[in-house]
Design a protein around this ligand. Structure first.
Ligand code: VLZ
Length: 134
């Protein structure tokens, strides 16, 4: 059975989101709000087609992609920098490389027990988030 990330997920821990946001150049006022948030992720997976909607009381971000197909990402409402993104499978991990102005930018999703994990990377910063099913 291939891994299926589909579901509604609530953030339960968020390690070094601050460092990740600083690396992205998010301003102080926005960071102060953003680090208080407990975002929810709604993921719809149909084979290699993904819909990942990250929502919060402040902003939300929708990403739709197909594994193995590079796409333009606008990061609207985040740092607003465009990049070229490519998501691939590395065993059961979903790995995104976001090529653009920022070095070493990307993220990885995987399942561990009943939890959804997300590692967000930018430059020398790593943010680790854990989500539980709503
Ligand atoms: O996740 O790239 O699941 O896009 C946080 C919204 C969204 C809250 C973070 C507002 C996006 C923040 C994380 C204001 C600066 C992300 C990918 C993997 C899909």
């Amino acid at each position: 059975m291939p891994v299926d990330f589909s579901g509604t997920w609530n953030l339960v821990s968020n390690d070094n989101f601050e460092g990740y946001m600083v690396a992205l150049g998010i301003d102080f006022a926005t960071r102060k709000i953003a680090k208080m948030l407990k975002p929810q992720k709604v993921i719809k997976q149909d084979g290699d087609s993904f819909y990942i909607h990250t929502t919060s009381s402040f902003r939300d971000y929708l990403l739709e992609f197909k594994v193995g197909e590079e796409f333009e990402e606008d990061n609207k409402g985040l740092d607003n920098r465009k990049c070229k993104s490519l998501v691939t499978w590395e065993n059961d991990k979903l790995v995104c490389v976001q090529t653009g102005e920022k070095k070493n930018r990307g993220w990885t999703h995987w399942l561990e027990g009943d939890d959804l994990h997300l590692e967000l990377r930018c430059e020398n910063q790593v943010c680790r988030q854990v989500f539980k099913r709503a």
